[in-house]
Design a protein around this ligand. Structure first.
Ligand code: KIV
Ligand code: ZN
Length: 522
């Protein structure tokens, strides 16, 4: 519930733009729609849905998200060029509440890229912001690399953008260079000294290169910024962006010293965090604030004892407040479909009857092999079920012989477009042998960019979640799979990524590239 004595801070989520633009975090069209719906449902005020000029795929996703939006403002990114802005408007205009976000790099290093003088850049800013404002009432402007821009020039260009009709001025710390006191001083000074500064919303957009993104964003808010730009799990290029869950929970838990409200339903945080981790292929670090696996885990005896007497001894927020089920009742092999459905509901996963049937079959197979099936196991099964749907490549069987006596050998049987094929390959370990066998059956040039194994629960019978990221001619696809057998999970994740590459290749047509331009090509 909103406390009317508190100031409202607008949450601007850029998981689908800044987050998705980080190398390897590409999401499919359907995944972007799903994440946008979850963001809208959880109360995100503004969703930056993509960069429409970047590719046909980005344009299609932003347009569809705009059409489907319910409560959130839908924003698209555009460089300071008229065709970019027109394309962005085409994509967002069908939203109930559209926004155009246009930007240009204003620091000396960034000005050198388009080779513009200060005056030429100032003219460009006036022209492009005016153009955007003629199309849309809601225009955001960003001086990229603001924190390394000379003060006089930054103040001058912000004034120009306000005069040209920008309604939000966003101050990006593009390279994660600033620190909390400096972040606050900059915002305070801009609001006080830029003519018209009190008529616009000031936003803060921080990157986490020095681990200060959350602190810098909160400091900016205390100095007068009223929009925080952030991403789920802090996803984003290099060390990422400010994490939505961190700033939102900090404002909630420390409302006593930071009296600001957001419109976020914090109980939806865990679910969207898990979905973003799955679809982006970027797992959440175990000790990550708020959403890490260990964020609410208490291992040591002294901590457990304190927790049992009074949870507040070691907890500053309740697990339920971020959407973790308070009591976790493990399921076992005797649990039925109703218990599974109830558990899924508890975990925030809504499934139709057919999907439930599929997940239930997988659950029974797992419960036969494992004593207890934990929440994380169930979520891994949901992912596996969703991914096994319409694949052209399917694993039929896999046998691997490995040990100390020589190279590992994998005997693999696969269906390729319904036709059964087999291959036997040796390799440097079981995973290498298996991947070689997959390539023998389905030759491809895809490069393995990432291979990552995580155990989702404890014990030697834990499910391993494997993420594989492949790159072929500029197209990137991520595959994931979970199994109690790490080699099987690896094979399935690799095949899953190949299937996604095939789908992307088909959709894009021959010779197509993943992205035609990047937001850095100003
Ligand atoms: O980090 C940055 O400067 C950006 C801008 C495009 C706002 O993401
Ligand atoms: Zn950014």
């Amino acid at each position: 519930m909103t406390d009317t004595t508190k100031d409202r801070v607008v949450i601007f989520d850029t998981t689908l733009r800044d987050g998705e633009q980080s190398p390897g975090a590409t999401m499919t069209h359907d995944e972007k729609l799903e994440i946008a719906e979850l963001l809208d449902d959880m109360g995100v005020d503004i969703i930056e849905a993509g960069f429409p000029i970047a590719s046909e795929g980005d344009f299609a996703a932003v347009s569809e998200i705009a059409k489907r939006s319910k409560n959130s403002v839908i924003c698209g990114l555009a460089r300071a060029q008229l065709p970019d802005i027109d394309r962005c408007w085409e994509a967002v205009k069908n939203a109930a509440q559209p926004r155009i976000h246009t930007f240009i790099g204003t620091s000396p290093l960034h000005r050198a890229i388009p080779n513009l003088t200060k005056d030429e850049m100032a003219d460009r800013i006036h022209q492009t912001v005016s153009h955007a404002r003629n199309l849309c009432d809601n225009v955001q402007w960003s001086p990229m690399d603001a924190t390394r821009t000379e003060w006089d020039y930054l103040a001058r260009v912000c004034e120009i953008a306000i005069k040209a009709g920008a309604t939000t001025i966003n101050i990006p710390d593009t390279v994660g260079y600033t620190a909390p006191r400096e972040s606050a001083d900059l915002i305070r000074r801009l609001i006080a000294e830029v003519p018209g500064g009190d008529e616009v919303v000031w936003a803060t957009h921080c990157h986490n290169d020095l681990g200060m993104a959350t602190a810098n964003s909160l400091a900016a808010v205390e100095a007068g910024a009223r929009q925080i730009e952030c991403t789920i799990n802090g996803l984003g290029e290099r060390a990422g962006n400010t994490a939505l869950e961190e700033v939102v929970m900090a404002l909630k838990v420390r409302g006593d010293i930071m009296p600001f409200d957001t419109g976020i339903d914090t109980r939806k945080i865990m679910h969207i965090s898990r979905r973003v981790a799955t679809v982006s292929g970027f797992p959440v670090q175990f000790n990550k604030a708020i959403v890490g696996k260990n964020a609410f885990a208490h291992e040591s005896g002294i901590h457990q004892d304190g927790m049992l007497k009074n949870a507040e001894t070691f907890e500053i927020m309740r697990p339920e407040d971020v959407g973790l089920a308070g009591t976790s009742l493990p399921l076992g092999k005797h649990s039925g479909r109703a218990a599974l459905r109830a558990k899924l509901k508890d975990l925030g996963v809504d499934v139709g009857d057919n999907q439930l049937k599929d997940i239930f079959v997988r659950f029974k197979e797992l419960a036969d092999r494992k004593k207890e099936v934990f929440d994380e196991d169930i979520l891994a099964l949901v992912t596996a079920a969703a991914e096994g749907e319409t694949d052209r490549l399917q694993i039929v069987s896999l046998r691997v012989i490995c040990g100390t006596g020589g190279p590992a050998e994998a005997v693999l049987e696969m269906e390729v477009d319904g036709e059964e094929k087999t291959a036997t390959c040796e390799g440097d370990g079981p995973v290498d042998a298996t991947f070689k066998a997959i390539r023998a059956i389905h030759p491809n040039k895809a490069k393995l960019q990432l291979y990552q194994v995580n155990a989702v629960t404890e014990g030697t019978d834990a499910q391993a979640t494997v993420s594989v990221r492949l790159e072929e001619d500029g197209m990137i696809a991520t595959g994931q799979s979970a199994n109690t057998d790490t080699v099987v999970a690896s094979a399935k994740a690799y095949v899953n990524a190949l299937n996604r590459l095939l789908v992307r290749r088909e959709k894009a047509g021959p010779g197509a590239d993943a992205r035609e331009v990047s937001y850095k090509d100003v």
